[in-house]
Design a protein. Structure first.
Length: 271
């Protein structure tokens, strides 16, 4: 018979609701930020990735991938870096493009299925530290990116462990869920942050004289009226990354590749 493993997690009696578990650490957790060392890694397309290192030298390395609108400064990343250091492990937190506190140099942003930068960083880490044990942890969007990257590689990467936390394995289902009930609170905040991200990036590119890149974001039009992830991903992600539409983006970028095309069971049209 197959071995069935069950989680030993048991929430506190006063924290037994998923929304409470989501909000409590955000509102109450005040983990100190580790004194990280930042390294800027140039990318083949003329842009850069900012990495934040922490922990003992010559120790096994854990790559950390943050979630949507997050960064290496997010409390869950900072807390994990501190916890890993206490275990004698070194960590490197990847800031997806434009998330490190400084806008990147191209219109390219990041999305749930964009594994190119993770693969590039993995190959760099293997080149820099060929004999060092390496693991990876991804949160939310970063978890989906990690699982998708693991699944699309022809050969298994040289990792001693990998974990995905709260990953949106089916993006269309998650987008639908965010349109219901109290989840709309998270949706509205995230979309507002994404709108600010695109607006600030466009202004930075214009001021930096990168007019061609700024024009790519200007071509997306006014994003102020967007009210759902279906709209944002159709208007922004699909167009920037040349997906046919949001349905193709969700289908190709979900870590869990289902039999049905993403969006086939969705009857409501995109506004």
């Amino acid at each position: 018979m197959p071995i069935v493993k069950t989680s030993g997690f048991r929430p506190a009696w006063w924290l037994n609701h998923p929304h409470l578990q989501t909000l409590w650490p955000t509102l109450s957790r005040r983990a100190p930020r580790p004194p990280t060392t930042r390294e800027r890694l140039p990318t083949p397309d003329g842009d850069f990735l900012d990495l934040d290192w922490f922990g003992p030298d010559a120790a096994p390395i854990v790559l950390l991938l943050h979630g949507l609108t997050g960064s290496s400064r997010s409390h869950y990343v900072a807390g994990m870096q501190l916890a890993l250091a206490r275990l004698g492990l070194r960590s490197v937190a990847l800031n997806f493009r434009g998330c490190s506190g400084q806008p990147n140099r191209t219109a390219r942003c990041y999305h749930s299925g964009d594994t190119e930068d993770v693969d590039f960083l993995y190959r760099q880490l293997r080149q820099w530290h060929p004999d060092t044990a390496l693991a990876a942890v991804g949160y939310s969007l970063g978890g989906n990116v990690l699982l998708k990257w693991l699944g699309e590689r022809e050969a298994s990467p040289d990792l001693f462990a990998a974990a995905a936390v709260s990953a949106p394995l089916l993006l269309n289902h998650c987008a639908d869920r965010m349109d219901r009930g109290f989840s709309r609170f998270y949706r509205n905040r995230l979309i507002r942050e994404l709108q600010e991200y695109v607006r600030d990036k466009q202004e930075y590119l214009r001021r930096a004289g990168l007019e061609e890149e700024a024009a790519k974001l200007a071509a997306l039009g006014d994003l102020a009226g967007i009210r759902s992830f279906w709209e944002y991903d159709d208007r922004v992600v699909a167009r920037l990354y040349r997906f046919r539409d949001v349905h193709e983006y969700y289908r190709r970028s979900s870590a869990r590749q289902g039999r049905r095309r993403c969006g086939e069971e969705r009857t409501a049209s995109i506004a």
